[in-house]
Design a protein around this ligand. Structure first.
Ligand code: BDR
Ligand code: CA
Length: 309
């Protein structure tokens, strides 16, 4: 089958790093390029992390451009799930030797889309600043976006920020609003499903058994990440961003429900919350598909397969 053309917009981040690995390793995906955004760490760090990860996995040919340095309308609040560097616990990742694309990430996104010979899937796994800017600055490229499958939102269950708020939306809620109201086909893969994709001892055992160089690196990242998660929230490491990639490859991995979603931009207590009307009670049109269920075992089989030589 023809590979799906994908652009990954990310803020690595351990889980973004694994999404990058899966995107590059999967024969089902043609990774056109990577853009970086601030979020888990400042832009300089997420960009350097993206370059270092790509170098590590032998993907120096994948072009990387750095995007926005801060959210559209607010100061940057950094994520806390990955340590100050965004990728703590990886001392062996060397300084990057590859050059960045000499363009702003938002313009590079537009260029990649315009040059693509078919509509492309855009996969944002960080705050939506670059994608919001893209839609404002280059609205003509909308017709080249097949769908947006993003990591973001919390709807039914507990959150890791302030219930019901998820970090990527909380970090740049204005950008998120532009994206979900764009009229494009948008799927929100939020905490409702990603908090079911937890890496814990049974998953560590399977990863250990793979024994490739790459699986050892990923295992290392995940041990570090799991420890941080367990310390902060008392649960294993949630593989938020890799689930976005996996669900692009295998859409049946998640179930979705259409909804009208709004983002709380003004609240005192639930700032950045994603508020969904699944039942059309307010008479407003559905604007997104919200992921509501995931087959976590199948996700992990896909992850293991992507790390096997
Ligand atoms: C999201 O925020 C970051 O911590 C992760 O990389 C993920 O994209 C989860 O809320
Ligand atoms: Ca991320």
């Amino acid at each position: 089958m023809k590979p799906i053309k994908v652009i990954l917009d990310c803020d690595p981040g351990h889980d973004d790093a694994i999404a990058l690995v899966m995107a590059h390793r999967s024969p089902a995906i043609d990774l056109l390029g990577v853009t970086t955004v601030c979020g888990n760490a400042p832009l300089a760090k997420t960009t350097s992390n993206a370059l270092r990860i790509l170098e590590l996995i032998g993907a120096r040919d994948v072009p990387v451009a750095a995007g926005c340095v801060q959210p559209l309308a607010r100061p940057l609040v950094l994520g806390t799930a990955d340590g100050p560097s965004g990728l703590d616990g990886s001392p062996y990742l060397l300084e990057p030797t590859t050059e960045l694309v000499p363009m702003h990430g938002v313009d590079f996104l537009a260029k990649l889309l315009r040059e693509a010979d078919e509509p492309v899937v855009v996969a944002p796994t960080g705050p939506l600043t670059n994608i919001g800017m893209l839609l404002l600055k280059h609205p003509d490229v909308k017709e080249k976006i097949a769908r947006i499958v993003l990591m973001g939102g919390a709807f039914w269950r507990r959150s890791e920020i302030i219930t019901p708020t998820e970090f990527n939306i909380f970090c740049d809620p204005e950008a998120a609003r532009i994206v979900i109201d764009s009229g494009l086909d948008v799927t929100m893969v939020g905490l409702d499903v990603t908090m079911h994709v937890l890496v814990e001892e049974p998953q560590f055992k399977r990863l250990e058994a793979i024994g490739t160089h790459l699986s050892k690196v990923v295992l290392d990242w995940l041990r570090f990440y799991e420890k941080l998660h367990r310390g902060q929230m008392g649960i294993g490491g949630a593989l938020h961003d890799p689930l976005v990639l996996a669900s692009i490859i295998e859409p049946s991995l998640i179930e979705t429900r259409e909804a009208h979603v709004e983002i709380d931009l003004t609240a005192t207590h639930a700032f950045g919350a994603t508020v969904a009307d699944f039942w059309g009670l307010r008479g407003l049109p559905n604007n997104v598909k919200v992921a509501s269920r995931v087959d976590s075992d199948r996700f992990f089989e896909m992850l293991y397969a992507s790390l096997t030589d």
